[in-house]
Design a protein around this ligand. Structure first.
Ligand code: SF4
Length: 122
């Protein structure tokens, strides 16, 4: 068994949560969670140990816009293990103005099932 400390970032209290976990047949299994002041922390800390995810923010080339780059982000968090593959795909993309905030720039980035969307008009 292993214990991992996770700082919860769901709210400003920033609880320092302890998660007991172990690897069973190549899969991380949560055994116990302590020091979370609410259920959201339990869910967040468990996910951080089993399958950590992040919202990805970046930019893509923009042709014909006011600025040469367009800000983008993932619609939902993607697994941390996929971040490099997502960035590799994002680097290859170029879009042409006009683009509206919320437009899908890449569908199903790196096979994650998550879209990359524009965060600004461009
Ligand atoms: S466990 Fe609950 S109270 Fe503590 S930081 Fe996370 S969301 Fe906030």
């Amino acid at each position: 068994m292993q214990t991992t400390n996770v700082t919860c970032v769901i709210c400003p209290k920033g609880c320092n949560i302890e998660v007991d976990h172990e690897n069973r047949d190549g899969k991380e299994v949560v055994l116990a969670v302590r020091n979370n002041k609410c259920p959201r922390g339990y869910k967040y800390a468990s996910a951080e140990v089993v399958n950590p995810e992040r919202v990805l923010t970046s930019t893509v080339r923009l042709e014909g816009g006011t600025y040469p780059r367009l800000s983008v982000k993932s619609e939902y968090p993607v697994p941390k293990t996929s971040l490099f593959d997502c960035m590799r795909e994002i680097r290859t993309v170029s879009v042409t103005s006009p683009v509206k905030m919320g437009d899908i720039i890449i569908e199903n980035v790196a096979g994650t099932g998550v879209n990359i969307v524009a965060t600004h008009n461009g």
